[in-house]
Write a protein that binds this ligand. Structure first.
Ligand code: NAD
Length: 229
């Protein structure tokens, strides 16, 4: 298999989706075992559900947080974390890259480990097994700082991500079906900008024409691709 020497590249971007965390045990979005086959997102993951019943929505996210804490980063996450100057742009909200040691992580869809108050604008890290508090100091309910169905993405985050992708010279897309926009357009942006583009996904994603496609899982493909000394 082709190997990549990261020292030959100046700006490396890893772009990850739910498949990156699948081997850690975090369910993907679609497909077998996908969480939205089990739960109705209109009851648990949209602003109107939160406005109807904030406690029910927060309890659901509390369960997701506990399930994620029982999962652990795999060898693929560790390989990425061993490249501290690389940027990780992730659609995942599970914080698994940071737990593996990656520091340069852009979370496109927010984080399970942060809460915010849409009334006064407070944002608060909350990393335990259970939420420390469900209320803001202003008295309102805090909501998970993640992108729910129907939410807009934070524009400052997407602009930053797109700038980094456009200036990358190595772009590795891992475990994303390429169906959630605008993230689905990022591989094409990287390829059009001249980066060497790699896809790691056991299934065809139907995304852009990559320079190298590896039909294998993240935990196997990443250590093989970056045989680091
Ligand atoms: P998706 O569920 O639509 O697609 C997952 C992709 O990963 C598929 O193409 C699948 O073939 C691939 N895959 C499965 N196992 C893999 C493995 N071991 N190695 C590599 N690839 C593998 O995921 P998406 O494209 O990220 O879009 C889903 C949306 O749901 C995102 O917006 C994300 O925010 C959210 N989400 C996040 C998490 C998480 O935080 N872990 C989990 C589920 C959903």
């Amino acid at each position: 298999m082709k190997t990549i020497d990261p020292s030959s590249y100046q700006n490396i971007v890893f772009f990850t989706g739910a498949g990156m965390s699948a081997e850690s045990g975090v369910p993907t979005y679609r497909g077998k075992g996908g969480i939205w086959r089990q739960y109705d997102y209109e009851e648990y993951a949209c602003q109107s559900a939160f406005e109807r019943n904030p406690e029910k929505v927060l309890n659901f996210h509390d369960l997701r947080r506990r399930a994620v804490l029982d999962c652990h980063p795999h060898e693929g996450h560790q390989v990425i974390a061993r490249m501290p100057s690389a940027t990780v742009i992730t659609q995942n909200i599970d914080g698994m890259h940071q737990r593996a040691g990656s520091r340069n992580v852009i979370e496109l869809h927010g984080s399970l480990w942060r809460l915010r108050c849409d009334h006064c604008g407070t944002r608060k890290e909350d990393i335990g097994r259970e939420y420390e508090t469900l209320h803001c100091s202003c008295g309102r309910w805090l909501r998970p700082d993640i992108t729910w169905f129907g939410d807009m993405l934070d524009e400052s985050v997407t602009i930053r991500a797109m700038k980094l992708i456009a200036s990358s010279d190595l772009f590795i897309s891992i475990g994303t079906s390429g169906t959630v926009w605008p993230a689905a357009g990022y591989p094409a942006l990287a390829c059009d900008s001249g980066a060497f583009c790699i896809e790691i996904n056991p299934e065809p994603s139907g995304a852009t024409s990559f320079d190298l496609v590896i039909r294998n899982s993240a935990s196997v493909a990443l250590p093989e691709l970056f045989r680091m000394k």
